[in-house]
Design a binder for this molecule. Structure first.
Ligand code: ADP
Ligand code: MG
Length: 488
């Protein structure tokens, strides 16, 4: 375990950072993980996960973080920031000490869950590392009980962590690493005071890592107050332009919603996030796409947490082609493998535009960012182009009208099993039930999500009915379970 920390700065108001690191283009070329001072089992585990080379933000920040420095890292969504801090905090951890040694703050429950899962995967090289996720929206007592049993790493939202600290259920005396993930979004959501409360409850001798997609004034303030001589790493957005292909289509207001279907049938993306500026536009678009036979779901503010989880599971496991959302509803959403983002309406805010299209073209894969603009929107488009320094490339929607394409059908269907973590169901049990007696091939089974009350399993569309019947007739963990098909 390393314990070398850089000295404290002389004055609180000293220079924020001693280095701004922008990697030269050569650093963007794949760098292997084994050039880092990491133990061999960790490297082997990364290879098992399919992480063969560092992403640019990992290559730039891991050497700094592993050396024990405080760090401010700015890079777009989907660039691999989680592993950049997770590998560092895991490296400092002592598994034999049952005390919270790392704390990760995330803006939303979903992000906290994702970060928890990613850390779990990365921690597999080491036995018995306990990671707890503590977020609002669920009862606090069971969380406090889990904390009693000991955890090495806690991931959570600022408000709930603050609650646990103030009730004394979360003790931070042994903390080594504090991570502020998506700092800009946490500030957007009004968490400054909560973050400050949590940071003040941490020991002074610690490493603080701050990750953010943008670098607004509030983040600078946070860093000044709670970090010591942080090194700054910033990856320019130009990286995005390489993997995101933007196209603009001029439409009349009457054509707009119908044009979305034309784009979907033309580009045939497996997963598309469609952004509307208003809730009403979302509702109208859903109606139009449903009528045209697409598999669509909506993400809106009125969904309760369970329905929201269900929607996100179906989208992420590829049993729904299109997710329609407003910017507010999509906040905190992170889904790998998005082939396309459609801006059904052009946003007036260039920052929002970048956030939207940043959801596609993840981790080196290419993605489409398609925007529909009516003559009325032309000012907005030129604003975006000016703000981000690109020349909009226009295509004609009329050329797509003539195409006769088969409907776009998602490859998978989701089965919901009424039973989850509380029934001790694990993904392996479900996979076993489907590939064992039921006789399906593992390749026909997709993502398996086990939630507290429910389990969701994606299966190939062609075997959906049979899988539903066989799961319903068979047993999981020695018990009969109720299963239903989720298909909008
Ligand atoms: P961010 O926090 O920057 O938005 P994530 O940490 O969520 O990005 O990573 C985005 C996706 O890339 C995840 O699915 C993650 O598993 C994957 N990923 C991260 N690092 C690597 C890597 N070195 N090689 C391959 N995939 C990676
Ligand atoms: Mg992240």
């Amino acid at each position: 375990m390393k314990s070398t920390l850089p000295p404290l700065p002389d004055a609180e108001s000293g220079p924020l950072s001693d280095a701004t690191f922008v990697p030269p283009p050569s650093a963007v070329v794949a760098a292997p993980f084994d050039q880092l001072p990491l133990p061999a089992p960790v490297i082997a585990n990364l290879a098992r996960l399919g992480y063969h080379a560092m992403t640019p933000i990992q290559a730039a920040s891991l050497p700094v973080a592993l050396a024990g420095h405080d760090l401010i890292a700015q890079a777009k969504t989907g660039s691999g920031k989680t592993a950049a801090f997770a590998l560092a905090l895991l490296d400092r951890l002592n598994p034999r000490s049952f005390a919270v040694q790392a704390l990760v703050l995330c803006p939303t429950r979903e992000l906290a869950e994702q970060v928890t899962q990613e850390i779990r995967r990365l921690a597999r090289a080491e036995e018995n590392i306990k990671i707890l996720s503590l977020c609002g929206g669920t009862p606090i007592r069971p969380q406090a009980d889990s904390l009693e049993h000991g955890a090495h790493i806690v991931v959570g939202t600022p408000g709930r962590l603050m609650d646990h600290i103030s009730r004394g259920s979360l003790k931070l005396d042994a903390l080594l690493t504090l991570v502020l993930d998506e700092a800009d979004r946490m500030l957007d959501m009004g968490f400054f005071d909560d973050i400050a409360y949590v940071a003040k409850a941490c020991p002074k001798e610690r490493q603080t890592l701050l990750f953010s997609a943008t670098y607004p004034e509030g983040v600078v303030r946070l860093a000044r107050q709670f970090m010591r001589q942080p090194q700054e790493i910033s990856l320019p957005e130009q990286h995005a332009a390489e993997t995101i292909r933007q196209r603009f289509y001029e439409v009349t207001p009457e054509q707009r919603l119908h044009a979305v279907g034309l784009l979907l049938r033309h580009y045939r993306p497996e997963s598309t996030l469609a952004f509307c500026n208003t809730k009403q536009q979302c509702r109208d678009l859903i109606d139009v796409l449903h009528a045209e036979g697409f598999h669509v779901l909506a993400l809106h503010g009125e969904l309760d947490q369970r329905d929201r989880d269900q929607v996100l599971v179906q989208f992420a496991n590829r049993s729904c082609s299109v997710l329609v959302a407003t910017d507010v509803a999509a906040r905190g959403l992170d889904i790998a493998r998005l082939e396309a983002v459609i801006n059904v309406d052009v946003t007036p805010d260039p920052e929002v535009h970048v956030h939207r299209i940043g959801r596609t073209g993840r981790a080196g894969e290419e993605g489409w960012a398609l925007s529909l603009a009516s003559p009325h929107d032309m000012n907005r488009v030129s604003n975006l182009a000016r703000a981000h320094g690109f020349e909009p490339r226009w295509e004609s929607i009329d050329a797509l009208q003539a195409e006769d394409r088969t409907p776009l059908v998602p490859p998978m269907v989701t089965l919901q099993i009424l039973g989850g973590r509380k029934d001790k169901i694990r993904p392996g049990d479900v996979l076993g039930a489907l590939t064992g007696e039921a006789g399906f091939a593992a390749s026909q089974i997709g993502k398996i999500n086990v939630n507290e009350q429910s389990t969701y399993v994606a299966v190939e569309r062609s075997i959906a009915r049979k899988a539903l019947k066989r799961l319903g007739d068979g047993k999981i963990k020695g018990r009969k379970v109720r299963v239903r098909l989720l298909d909008e």
